[in-house]
Design a protein around this ligand. Structure first.
Ligand code: SAH
Length: 366
């Protein structure tokens, strides 16, 4: 069984629609187009998902909407608060799948870290989500829904926040739904989160990165680089065999950046693998001529991850070498480690295979 049960199959899910599409849907239902704007505001600005509560619509319109539409919204299965204020939400989707979203306060701004897929196909060797494999893509409504739910639960509907697409999944492996989600989020009748306050983090799916370069409104870009050479990166990030380090750097050089903006390069530091002074110098050489800033992320170690975190001293040295080469470098303070909400630690157990896959495994083996 997929997303819907048969009795709701003909219902239009308004949570999935950009405003123009919502207007079209209203027209098709024989409703006035301008009413769609009101409903869009209720859903995305006010966070109201029950037609009953949409008090500026007539009783009759509310009844019509309730009979023909729904507004799918993830539900909170679990909340975990870290000692540093980071809060991890386990969210349940309409089909029973679960994802994690994280609220990170005071960085110095407020940040929501969102998932774009259930699991991830990229299988980076130091990432726990990668171990799950890909279960399915999230829909645009499910990506936006994470923001609606977190903003509601944290009473932040009218607070400014940033968004990072750094939760479960590879956003550029779910391109269309991710871009559609950013459009819904940016709408000034809804949450009005400008793409300038969104950072999309990618392992470097190059054809999709080229598509992103042609979008009219672009988020900030972060590239998960993690190594200065193909020899090292190839061992860590399987997709590097397809899109290698120099291809990525060339694509970044072509990427149309606004004045004064830069691409963030994320670099997970793994003891004895990619943390030598030579690696730092090679990285500096690689990034010379790229409008870049580097974000070093000392590994968040976990059982099942075959790497270790370097000492603080090694991290400092690595950062120092980059800074000496006139690169902008920051070291990511790990947040929410006590509740496993930190980078690469998002994983939902027991759903890494769909029911169909589980049956197939039983019948045919892996
Ligand atoms: N798929 C996207 C976004 C998700 S991960 C990407 O690869 O960019 C967000 C960041 O956390 C990535 O840079 C990722 O490489 C990093 N990360 C993954 N596992 C980690 C771990 N165990 N410790 C520290 N950072 C990790």
């Amino acid at each position: 069984m997929r997303h819907t049960v048969s009795t709701t199959q003909s219902f239009v899910d308004l949570a999935e629609l950009v405003r123009a599409a919502l207007e079209d849907a209203f027209q098709k239902l024989g409703l006035e187009r301008f009413r769609a704007r009101q409903v869009f505001r209720w859903i995305h600005h006010q966070g109201v998902t029950s037609f009953d509560l949409m008090t500026d619509l007539s009783q009759q319109l509310r009844a019509t909407l309730a009979a023909s539409c729904r507004i799918s919204t993830p539900t909170i299965a679990q909340r975990q608060l870290s000692s540093d204020g980071t809060e991890k939400f386990l969210l349940q989707l309409a089909d029973g799948r679960q994802i994690e979203s994280v609220f990170i306060p005071d960085t110095p701004s407020m940040t929501f870290c969102l998932s774009t897929q259930v699991g991830c196909a990229m299988a980076c060797r130091f990432c726990l989500t990668g171990k799950m494999g890909l279960v399915r893509n999230l829909t645009a409504g499910e990506i936006v829904g994470q923001v609606r739910v977190l903003a509601g639960a944290l009473d932040m509907r009218h607070t400014r926040f940033n968004i990072v697409l750094m939760g479960m999944g590879e956003p550029l492996h779910n391109y269309d739904e991710t871009i559609k989600a950013l459009r819904i989020l940016a709408d000034d009748q809804g949450m009005a989160v400008s793409p300038r306050r969104v950072t999309l983090s990618t392992v470097g799916v190059l054809p999709a990165l080229e598509r992103l370069a042609s979008e009219p409104r672009m988020p900030n870009l972060a590239i998960s680089l993690h190594a200065p050479t193909d020899a090292i990166r190839g061992q860590l990030v399987p997709i590097n065999k397809k899109y290698g380090v120099s291809d990525i750097i060339e694509a970044c050089k072509r990427f149309p950046l606004k004045r004064r903006s830069r691409i963030t390069f994320e670099y997970v530091l793994l003891a004895g693998i990619n943390d030598s002074p030579d690696d730092a110098r090679r990285l500096a050489r690689l990034l010379s001529g790229v409008k870049s800033k580097i974000n070093l992320i000392p590994l968040n170690a976990a059982p099942g991850i075959p790497f270790e975190r370097p000492s603080d001293e090694v991290v400092d040295w690595f950062a120092r070498i980059l800074a000496d080469h006139h690169l902008t470098v920051s070291v990511r303070k790990s947040r929410g480690r006590d509740i496993r909400a930190a980078c690469g630690q998002l994983i939902v157990e027991g759903q890494n295979k769909s029911a169909g896959q589980q049956l197939a495994t039983l019948a045919f083996g892996d």
